[in-house]
Design a binder for this molecule. Structure first.
Ligand code: SME
Length: 159
C-alpha cells in the first residue's frame, strides 16, 4: 500500500518530497502507462488547487490522452495546438497565467483558468507532456515549473 501524505511548509520542500515519492513509485517499473497513472494520482493528491492533472503521450507525432485525474478531456491534440501542443512543438515548458488569453487554448474544462505543461523528453525525443490545470488564475509559479520539470526528468528516465 502506498500512503503518501506530503504536506510541506514551502514549495521547494513540497516538490523535493514529491520527487522522492515519485522516484519510489516508478522504481523498477518500466511500463509507461502504469508510471503515468501513479504519477497523475500522486500529483493530484499532493498539489493543491488543481482541476486536472495528467498526461498526453506522443503517439506518432500527435498528442493522445494518457492517464489523468479530473474530468474527461480532449483525446487528440496536434503539435502546435493549444498549450499542450505548444509544449510538444517547442519542447519547452508552457506556464500560462490566463488560459483565455493564450492563442488557440483548448478548453476541455471551462473551469480551467491557468495551466502548466511540461514536456517529457529523452534523447531529444518527446515522450509525453505533463499537463496541470487550475481553476485559479496565475496558480503556477516559477517554483511549480521547476518542480514539475524535475518530475518530468524522473519520468523520462522511467519510461
Ligand atoms: N487546455 C489544454 C488541453 C488539455 S486539457 O487542459 C486537459 C491545451 O490547451 O492544450
Amino acid at each position: 500500500m502506498y500512503d503518501f501524505k506530503i504536506a510541506a511548509a514551502d514549495s521547494a520542500t513540497l516538490y523535493r518530497d514529491l520527487a522522492s515519492a515519485l522516484e519510489g513509485l516508478v522504481a523498477g517499473e518500466p511500463d509507461a502507462i502504469a508510471n503515468m497513472a501513479n504519477a497523475a494520482a500522486l500529483i493530484w493528491e499532493t498539489l493543491p488547487d488543481l482541476n486536472w492533472a495528467g498526461f498526453y503521450r506522443n503517439v506518432g507525432g500527435e498528442l493522445v490522452l494518457g492517464p489523468f485525474q479530473g474530468r474527461p478531456a480532449c483525446i487528440r491534440i496536434k503539435f502546435g495546438e493549444g498549450v499542450c501542443g505548444a509544449a510538444a512543438a517547442t519542447l519547452r515548458p508552457q506556464r500560462v497565467e490566463d488560459v483565455n488569453a493564450f492563442p488557440g487554448h483548448i478548453a476541455c474544462d471551462a473551469a480551467s483558468a491557468s495551466e502548466l505543461v511540461v514536456p517529457i523528453v529523452r534523447d531529444g525525443q518527446l515522450l509525453a507532456v505533463l499537463d496541470l490545470d487550475s481553476p485559479t488564475p496565475g496558480r503556477f509559479s516559477e517554483e511549480d515549473e521547476a518542480g514539475c520539470v524535475k518530475l518530468a526528468e524522473i519520468l523520462a528516465g522511467a519510461f
